[in-house]
Write a protein that binds this ligand. Structure first.
Ligand code: FMN
Length: 226
């Protein structure tokens, strides 16, 4: 399988990418998959100009001459795409959002109304064969609603992807928290192996990955240094 990983954390030492890295270890444990990791922070992808030059051109590429066209080529040929990023203001970090915005060359201007009433652009690519997984870490402890806007956007853009949304992600880079972080990383590795078999994650696995490492009150006390 061809696996494209889009690491959207602006940090070199990403909390979220620690989970993604463990997941990839399990996913590619037999070493048979072709894994391309794009660290978006290294790419300087320009924001979309909104010119629709891509649709006039119609060849599945963007008119801006930067690294995005190589990403689009990988996107088109991928069997699995993993979006790995921290939650920023209830969405994705802006450099990664620029990558997402600039995937519009993969659809045509022509609009099609779906049986459920939703309107989409006609695809240039068979998106139904691409399996999408979103791994998102965030800084808050678990509270109802923190990931709602992100989940809605991902469901609409990617068509019901598998999603793993992890609270308390900064603990993954705190050495004193290894006692709770390492078991979570092991669960990510096992989840990667599960994904290799089934190309999806069971609800039980997602729940196990999203379970807070420590109680919210303890996490808040640690963050506040009291
Ligand atoms: C600009 C900015 C916005 C953030 N917005 C949120 C947010 O909306 N909700 C949240 O829980 N954490 C938020 N965080 C915290 C990050 O998601 C958290 O620190 C995460 O662990 C960073 O992951 P990374 O190391 O993979 O980049 C934000 C952090 C920054 C810098």
């Amino acid at each position: 399988m061809k696996i494209l990983v889009l690491n959207g954390s602006p940090k070199v030492k990403s909390d979220t990418f620690r989970m993604t890295d463990a997941f990839l270890k399990g996913l590619n444990r037999d070493g048979t998959h072709e894994v391309h990791i794009i660290h978006v922070r290294e790419q300087q992808i320009a924001p979309c100009r909104g010119c629709f030059g891509c649709w006039q051109q119609g060849d599945g590429h963007c008119v801006i001459d930067d690294g995005q066209n190589a990403i689009l080529d990988l996107y088109r040929s991928a069997d699995v795409i993993i979006w790995s990023f921290p939650l920023y203001c209830y969405g994705m970090p802006s450099p990664l959002k620029a990558v997402l915005d600039r995937t519009i060359p993969l659809v045509k201007m022509r609009m099609v109304q779906q049986p459920d009433g939703m309107v989409r652009h006609e695809p240039l690519v068979d998106f139904s064969r691409i399996h999408t997984l979103v791994i998102c870490g965030c800084g808050f402890p678990h509270w109802e609603g923190n990931f709602d806007s992100l989940k809605l956007m991902c469901r609409t853009c990617f068509g019901n992807p598998d999603m793993v949304c992890v609270p308390e992600a900064p603990l993954l880079n705190v050495p004193e928290a290894a006692v709770v972080a390492d078991p979570l990383l092991k669960r990510f590795e096992a989840a990667g192996a599960e994904y290799a078999e089934r190309l999806t994650l069971s609800p039980e696995t997602v729940t196990a990955l999203e379970t807070p490492m420590i109680p919210a009150a303890e996490y808040i006390r640690n963050v506040n240094g009291v």
